[in-house]
Design a protein around this ligand. Structure first.
Ligand SMILES: [Fe+2]
Length: 483
């Protein structure tokens, strides 16, 4: 636990004083307690000290973790206990119930501003960007400058150089990447936040880039540190109930396994969206539907999920085929649909950060992969895990505005990858795969739908009937094949 807290604080650029560590570890929920202390501070400290802990007064409106009596006395404030039990899923971040956006220009400005601030904070901790200056001032210096900006525009000059424009709260600045600089080959996408090390051009009207810095996730050698959890989590994306290409036999094989061997192995099962095929999602879809009523589709899914053994905790998210708002972040399903299902199922939005058995998981349906494939050289639908790496590198699930991923401008940008997950899962592209990226387990969670005529037309070959499973104690992952 000490390592986990140190890791989390290191991600935020905060050190932990040894005496403070002892106080934190004496609480029932050290991680939750540390987060509450940090959340109560107006300014992020460089070092979290015992004095900070002693001075912490939990807000009556914010549930505080359970701590020993000695600390109660030190804090002298009201506490409402929250405990994470081993068999629970703790939702850390989800738009469900928190949506405030009206979609006006102020909402968009606020959301982009939040994105910029969050990712800038990550970049500002990078030693390569120490002493960075504002974008507006960058051309004023006759020395190497470092700055952080959001990409406004990317174009190629007639001489083959790359010219981008970056922006921060105070101004804009053109940045030239000469064609012989290796970073000229890098795919820079609109609205991503980047760090730039460069020098003002002779004319003083632009910065010439030497180095491009991405926020990325910190390198964690070896991935998940082993814990004493004996639980496993499985991911089952893109079920597409209602489609005439729904794969009943592989589904039945999988369900038979879950009811026999699987029920002892799996404790958590996540469905990351496109749980039904939907209605009117693409032209001519009615030709491909076996169930042409949206309520009947969800009813059919509810029946299928009734077979999941009771000991397995189910979590369900929406995707772009589901009957929720298409703009991301997507709140969960409306009550009338949720009420069709067993009350033990946890319905959440998309994306969703949650924690099980002390492992942090980011589950995202993956719609933005359509935009990533078009924007980043070398990406295609057959290597979605590479697309997921691009998201982690930029610490954003869908930075490109105006593509196929519609954006709902909430008061904060829910698509920023502000916490480094242990597991990052996506579906949508109907591929299946597992890999590691800088210590994060990446999962592409297959589908239970065969190749559709649309996919055949685009020469896209899905990889259906696979069930990726991660052991939450060892971090080891495997893929079961029921196709
Ligand atoms: Fe899908």
């Amino acid at each position: 636990m000490r390592d986990r807290i140190l890791d989390e604080l290191a991600n935020e650029g905060i050190l932990l004083e040894p005496e403070a560590a002892e106080l934190v570890l004496a609480t029932d929920d050290p991680l939750g307690f540390t987060r509450s202390v940090l959340a109560s501070m107006t300014q992020q400290p460089l070092v979290l000290t015992a004095e900070h802990i002693h001075g912490f007064r939990p807000s009556p409106s914010v549930p505080a973790p359970v701590v020993p009596e000695a600390l109660h006395e030190l804090r002298n404030g009201p506490t409402v206990p929250t405990r994470i039990t081993c068999s629970e899923i703790k939702v850390l971040k989800d738009i469900t119930g928190n949506s405030t956006c009206e979609g006006n220009i102020i909402d968009f400005a606020r959301c982009f501003n939040d994105r910029f601030k969050k990712i800038k904070r990550m970049l500002a901790r990078r030693h390569e960007l120490a002493g960075c200056v504002s974008v507006a001032k960058a051309t004023k210096f006759d020395r190497e400058v470092r700055m952080i900006g959001m990409v406004n525009e990317v174009r190629t000059t007639k001489n083959g150089h790359k010219l981008i424009e970056v922006e921060d709260e105070e101004g804009r600045c053109p940045v030239l990447i000469l064609k012989d600089n290796p970073f000229a080959q890098d795919s820079i996408v609109s609205d991503e936040v980047i760090g730039i090390v460069g020098k003002s051009a002779k004319k003083g009207d632009m910065v010439v880039l030497n180095e491009l810095i991405r926020p990325d996730v910190p390198l964690r050698g070896g991935g998940m540190q082993p814990s004493d959890s004996s639980a496993s989590i499985a991911f089952m994306s893109d079920v597409h109930v209602g489609s005439n290409t729904f794969l009943k036999t592989p589904w039945d094989n999988m369900m038979h396994w879950l009811k026999t061997e699987g029920k002892d192995e799996i404790q958590y099962l996540v469905v990351p969206g496109d749980v039904v095929d939907g209605i009117g999602i693409f032209p001519g879809q009615e030709e491909e539907l076996e169930i042409d009523d949206i309520f009947m589709q969800y009813q059919a899914l509810a029946e299928l999920l009734k077979e999941v053994p009771d000991g397995i905790k189910l979590m369900v998210q929406p995707g772009n085929h589901d009957a929720v708002r298409p703009a991301e972040p997507q709140p969960t399903f409306p009550k009338e649909l949720v009420n069709m299902f067993d009350s033990s199922i946890l319905f959440v939005g998309n994306p969703c950060y949650f924690e099980v058995e002390d492992r942090k998981i980011l589950s995202y349906h993956g719609r933005s992969l359509d935009d990533w494939v078009g924007a980043v050289q070398g990406l295609n639908y057959n290597n979605p895990l590479e697309g997921m790496k691009e998201m982690l590198k930029r610490r954003h699930l869908a930075p490109l505005y105006g593509g196929r991923t519609a954006m709902a401008p909430e008061k904060e940008d829910y698509l920023v990858i502000d916490e480094v997950p242990d597991i990052f899962v996506a579906g949508h592209v109907h591929g299946a795969g597992i890999t590691d990226y800088r210590g994060v387990k990446l999962i592409c969670a297959s589908t239970w739908q065969a190749q559709t005529p649309f996919q055949r037309m685009h020469n896209f070959n899905p990889d259906p009937g696979k069930l990726p499973i991660v052991h939450l104690g060892t971090g080891r992952a495997k893929m079961l094949d029921f196709s």
